[in-house]
Design a protein around this ligand. Structure first.
Ligand SMILES: [Zn+2]
Length: 449
């Protein structure tokens, strides 16, 4: 009563009953009709003011033990009629649905549940002990170092990870951090795999974290055609949004993909249409290399289709140019274009207003760089040598035409083989990608929506 009085301002006359945990065994004594003294009798009217129910908890399980052991509860017990001080309705069954929320008790509960689970799994734990180096640290329970062993119970294991991952103070740490947080306290075989799966499946993490390792679809390289002629298969791309220079703001890049990797840079406008591109091709490429057989591009397929029609129309020929539309999946051309774009961006960055005048030189530089894959410069594969500009002059015996032709052929073959090998390795590099199945749930990145 004394305790209730302390909180009377909160507890008196509530409409919802207040659940009181007590280990006061005397209260159970008064469950039955007893003889009471004036001391206890004095409490009864006061008790009526509280809407309380009592749940008895033995001392060992009651956290507020000390509070209920006050010496002033002892009082005289004169003889009078039996009175039921705490009738039945004041007591309730043990509550399982009501929990006192504080982190200590959650940890405790989890620990005791894990320890309890260990009792049932003694044979398994004994089997694990030698292989996993387990010990009875406190003489009763199994530990791995200082970490309590969690037996094969997925609910318990999820509870452990949830405590160290979902809790506000853990704030959804990554796999490694969550593991680091758990390992001093809990252990089970394949803990790492379990944590990895848990974190990967965590909805909050997936929603909020930036995907730094997006799984790209695998590349589908286009294998070069055997004995391809220069500019037989071409890749076309635009580099747009450049600063104005001589009235141009875009570069059309045309690359010979199957034979030499030679690129041609042509300044143009972002608004250029398929007819314009056809005219540029006619002026810059056809005089040297003729008409292409195949076009690879990630431009709109209709655009490319119109381009080829225009080209054939201008030339008054009936030829079918096959189009390959590869939105970001053609490894070979994408890599070429990436290097190209990177190079041109650096180059145009230093020639902000005058880059169009320097494009021919940029084209020379690009075509005289040896390819990482083929180890040959595009010029070598195209004409058998690299035209010299800044290179120191060396006295060389110029090979005869026949020698040069055979060496070009050899070099092109070797380059094609190297290309195929490199493409195979690109495919092998991407084993993580798993294509989506129909009806599977996916997260959409909102950046570009
Ligand atoms: Zn998470």
């Amino acid at each position: 009563m004394c305790r209730l009085r302390c909180w009377s301002h909160l507890l008196k006359g509530t409409t919802i009953p207040v659940l009181v945990f007590t280990d006061h065994a005397n209260l159970r004594y008064y469950w039955e009709p007893r003889k009471i003294g004036p001391h206890i009798a004095g409490y009864l009217p006061e008790r009526e003011q509280y809407n309380i129910i009592l749940e008895y908890k033995p001392g060992a399980t009651n956290r507020a033990d000390a509070l209920s052991r006050r010496p002033d509860y002892k009082g005289p017990n004169p003889i009078n009629d039996d009175v039921t001080v705490w009738p039945d309705h004041y007591f309730c069954d043990n509550h399982t649905s009501i929990r006192v929320f504080d982190m200590d008790s959650i940890g405790d509960n989890l620990d005791s549940r894990i320890k309890l689970a260990q009792y049932k799994e003694q044979p398994l734990l004994k089997k694990w002990a030698p292989t996993h180096n387990l010990s009875l640290l406190d003489g009763i329970h199994w530990y791995h170092g200082t970490a309590l062993v969690v037996v094969a119970d997925n609910a318990l294991r999820r509870g452990v990870i949830s405590l160290f991952h979902d809790h506000v103070t853990a704030s959804h740490a990554g796999i490694t951090k969550t593991l680091q947080l758990i390992t001093p306290y809990y252990w089970w075989p394949n803990l790492k795999t379990f944590v990895t799966e848990y974190v990967k499946g965590c909805t909050t993490c997936q929603m909020t974290k930036v995907n730094t390792h997006p799984t790209h679809p695998p590349m589908f390289p286009i294998t070069p055609a055997d004995n391809a002629r220069p500019f037989e298969t071409i890749a076309m791309d635009f580099i747009t949004k450049l600063p104005q220079s001589g009235g141009f703001d875009t570069i059309l890049t045309i690359t010979d993909t199957d034979c030499s990797k030679v690129s041609i840079f042509i300044p143009c406008h972002e608004t250029i249409d398929s007819e314009g591109v056809a005219l540029l091709y006619l002026n810059h490429v056809i005089p040297h290399y003729g008409i292409p057989c195949k076009i690879i591009s990630d431009c709109d397929v209709r655009f490319i289709s119109k381009f080829s029609t225009e080209l054939c129309c201008i030339l008054k020929i009936h030829q079918n140019i096959s189009m390959a539309y590869h939105p970001q999946t053609d490894g070979a051309s994408k890599r070429t274009n990436q290097t190209l774009e990177q190079y041109l961006r650096v180059f145009c960055g230093t020639q902000q207003n005058n880059w169009h005048a320097w494009l021919p030189l940029a084209q020379y530089t690009k075509n005289s760089w040896p390819s990482a894959t083929t180890k040959k410069t595009p010029y070598d594969l195209l004409i058998g040598y690299t035209p010299q500009v800044h290179q120191p002059t060396r006295k060389t015996t110029i090979p005869s035409l026949e020698q040069r032709l055979s060496s070009i052929e050899e070099a092109r073959k070797a380059a094609q083989e190297a290309q195929c090998k490199a493409q195979e390795s690109w495919i092998k590099e991407k084993p993580r990608y798993v294509p989506f199945a129909v009806a599977s749930k996916v997260w959409l990145e909102g950046t570009n929506l």
